[in-house]
Design a protein around this ligand. Structure first.
Ligand code: F3S
Length: 298
């Protein structure tokens, strides 16, 4: 029995950068703040809290003398403006890929274009992107786009610029673009799904297609982990979505010959390693049980 581990599993460079910046800032300042969870992983957030990165959901309570680390998903423009106005020191860990989209949508709206964002409306990154515009439209996928085209204020000649949440499922983005390309005479498409996400999703699909069981590790709040599990389910009938090794048991691997393992962008390497070790142990014990059973039958 073999375990295939995805090379791209775990921290992407944007998450790594944010966690390292928070750790460094906490050391230098003897305590700093994060607005909500710095990344969607409880273990990492608890570890940061222990190092002095305190969490607050009330940016308006911070003032001069405070230091805050901005998460890789980015923040609402109004929040950043408010922090700057009150003299709060901002260590900005917004991923450069997200900053790029913020600039794109802001520029598009200034040019009089209708900004369309394909992503999860309540995800912090998407809310942040939308805050760089006055009249953005956020759609979860092609169904919502089609509904707008049919029943909303859509006009075929209106100039539209379309972008994606960095972790959007490719199929959702492409189907949404297809509708607008067909209905709209002036559409600009910006494929803003980040390279790390693209690589992770492609690799997960490839591995899931060749294994008996696919394990996806990541926090339940993590959008990119949920998307990974969804992609794996399209390619494998037995997918386990877990937060840590303690959720696995030998029965999960009964009768399996090949297992796959991937993890979301905010899953620390230590957790992935633990899951891989547990998978190997559980698989071994299943094989031993199967061998003993066969011996009994013979
Ligand atoms: Fe950045 Fe992509 Fe990670 S946008 S935070 S590198 S998932």
């Amino acid at each position: 029995m073999q375990v295939i581990l995805a090379e791209s599993a775990g921290f992407c460079y944007g998450v790594k950068r944010a966690v390292e910046l928070a750790q460094k800032t906490a050391e230098e300042t003897q305590g700093c703040w994060m607005l909500g969870d710095l990344i969607h992983n409880t273990h990492v957030v608890n570890d940061l809290a222990a190092r002095g990165v305190r969490k607050t959901d009330r940016p308006e309570a911070l003032g001069a003398g405070d230091t805050v680390v901005i998460r890789s998903h980015g923040e609402l423009k109004s929040v950043l403006d408010g922090l700057a106005a009150r003299g709060v020191r901002c260590m900005n860990a917004t991923c450069p890929n997200v900053v790029h989209i913020q600039e794109l949508v802001s520029q598009a709206e200034q040019e009089g274009r209708q900004v369309v964002i394909i992503g999860e409306p309540h995800h912090p990154e998407v809310m942040g992107l939308a805050s760089w515009c006055v009249h953005p439209l956020v759609f979860q996928g092609p169904e919502a786009v089609a509904e707008w085209v049919k029943n909303g204020d859509f006009q075929p000649e209106m100039p539209v610029s379309i972008v994606a949440q960095t972790t959007c499922i490719r199929e959702l983005f492409e189907s949404s673009c297809k509708i607008l390309k067909k209905e709209c005479t002036n559409v600009k498409i910006f494929d803003t799904i980040c390279y790390a996400t693209r690589k992770r999703q492609n690799e997960a699909a490839e591995i899931a297609a060749q294994v008996d069981v696919m394990v996806v590790v990541g926090d339940r709040k993590s959008a990119n982990t949920k998307h990974l599990a969804e992609i794996c389910r399209q390619n494998c009938s037995h997918v386990l979505s877990i937060e840590g090794a303690d959720e696995l048991s030998a029965t999960d691997f009964a009768g399996c010959r090949v297992a796959g393992l991937t993890a979301g962008a905010s899953t620390p390497a230590g957790i992935i390693k633990e899951v891989k070790t547990t998978m190997s142990e559980e698989i071994k014990s299943t094989e031993t049980m199967e061998e003993s059973f066969e011996e009994l039958l013979n």
